[in-house]
Design a protein around this ligand. Structure first.
Ligand code: UD1
Length: 425
């Protein structure tokens, strides 16, 4: 298993190009199950979760063809669609559950494994009850046997008014995709409004779906007979953008971050300005300069969009380890998402967690290199940033987590001045 070895401290300088959003591409890929015609997607990131989703689509009978430079992918139908989403593919990725709805919507049946993915919530797990209960309201019947969801519907799914009791990104995407070919009208409320949900509705609308956002969290969908094949470019990755913004702020560096619309991460940029970063926003790029001294900040709370994203919580925690004073972060989405804390402590961080709230005693001289281990995708990125700012050598194991979601992370970091290498074993 590969490891990263980082010699710090490093200062980041230069330019970085943001990749396509994994979290946007995954539901868009799942929704291609609704199509008969070919869909061409641009700006897909080359990361393992995307490979997994493409393998899943192939196993469901889709034909997947890449352009020479692997930047464009065409997804078309074979004559033999299948309905079996196997455990062996779905176990590594939460978004595997997103094929359930479209399979039932298109073919009226599916046998899908329970999904895997990052363990973000300790023993509470990551339930899929909202996916199942809302699909049931559209007319899907299901039974759970041997770790598989055996689902079917009598004829097409039926449009309904459905209100989510709590906000879920994945369940919102699942229900939107599944309503597009349903008969009649759906009014879906209590939806997540993350930019990745909007990218999905933009994609489906371009393909002929009749979707209209009629309120902040409400979509009206009128079922159509079929979707037309289109070419679409997936939006940029806002978590990758946030990660590089923190890298610059943390290391007193200066970065020009390209290919991302700063309007989509205003909450994060406000926090970075508060801790002292100088930020210049322009169309599709951000120029960010880290301060001499990072100020502490109280009461960061993770929330649904437009609130502060849970995926950036571990990454901002590293920044606050280096701040001058005490900071707090409350985790409201995945209350057990603090696996990185123990690893940051190995580098010298003083963090105390109680009732899903972290109290961070910042120290401008944080950290000292050590051996640490990744526990999940975003925690891995946090440990890399911590290694960059720490004195001496930091070795990070289990970096396969990181490869699920960051495209060419080490190459991008090396280009902006980080002393990072990959070693095997
Ligand atoms: C997506 C993102 C993930 C991000 C998360 C929150 C993808 C592939 N993943 O995950 O990176 O951290 O949004 O922004 O886009 N819940 C239930 N029942 C359900 C579904 C969710 O109780 O059926 C709970 C979850 O346990 C969690 C909360 O709802 O506490 C939000 O989860 P959700 O928005 O569904 O996250 P994901 O879509 O899995």
């Amino acid at each position: 298993m590969d490891k990263f070895v980082i010699k710090g401290p490093c200062k980041v300088r230069g330019q970085v190009l943001i990749s396509g959003s994994k979290n946007s591409a995954l539901p868009i890929l799942a929704s291609t199950l609704l199509f008969d015609e070919t869909v061409t997607l641009e700006n897909l990131p080359q990361v393992r979760d995307i490979d997994t989703m493409l393998n899943l689509l192939k196993s469901l009978g889709k034909i997947v063809q890449f352009s020479k430079n692997k930047k464009i992918v065409k997804i078309s139908n074979s004559k033999r669609p299948k309905y079996f989403a196997s455990y062996s593919i779905v176990k590594t990725m939460r978004a595997g559950i997103l094929v359930l709805g479209p399979l039932v919507a298109k073919y009226q049946k599916s046998i899908s494994s329970f999904p895997g993915g990052c363990i973000l919530n300790g023993n509470s797990g990551r339930p899929i009850d909202l996916h199942l209960s809302t699909l049931k309201k559209l007319g899907m019947k299901y039974e759970i046997k041997n770790g598989y969801i055996h689902a079917s519907s009598k004829g097409k799914l039926k449009g309904r008014s459905i209100k989510f009791p709590t906000i879920s990104v994945g369940a919102s995407q699942q229900l939107i995709i599944s309503s597009v070919l349903a008969t009649g009208k759906s009014l879906l409320s209590g939806l997540a409004t993350e930019p990745e949900v909007k990218d999905l509705t933009n994609f489906l609308k371009k393909a002929g779906a009749k979707i209209k956002w009629v309120g902040k969290r409400t979509c009206r969908i009128i079922g159509v007979e079929k979707l037309k094949g289109i070419r679409y470019s997936v939006m940029g990755d806002r978590i990758e953008t946030g990660t590089f913004c923190v890298a610059a702020t943390l290391t007193k560096g200066r970065l020009l971050i390209k290919n991302f619309d700063p309007k989509l991460i205003q909450t994060e940029l406000k926090i970075l300005k508060k801790v002292g970063a100088k930020i210049k926003e322009s169309k599709n790029q951000i120029l960010i300069q880290g301060p001499k001294k990072i100020k502490n900040i109280k009461n960061i709370v993770t929330k649904e969009y437009e609130g502060f994203p849970t995926d950036l919580q571990p990454i901002f925690m590293v920044l606050l380890c280096k701040a001058d004073g005490i900071s707090t972060i409350s985790e409201k989405i995945f209350k057990g998402r603090f696996m990185h804390v123990m690893e940051l402590q190995r580098l010298g961080a003083k963090i105390f967690v109680k009732n899903a709230k972290a109290l961070i005693y910042g120290d401008p001289n944080f950290g000292i290199g050590a051996e640490v281990m990744s526990s999940d995708l975003r925690a891995s990125a946090a440990l890399v940033l911590a290694g960059i700012t720490s004195k001496g050598v930091t070795t990070i194991s289990r970096i396969y987590h990181l490869e699920r979601g960051y495209e060419q992370f080490e190459q991008k970091l090396r280009k902006i001045g980080v002393n990072i290498k990959r070693v095997s074993g």
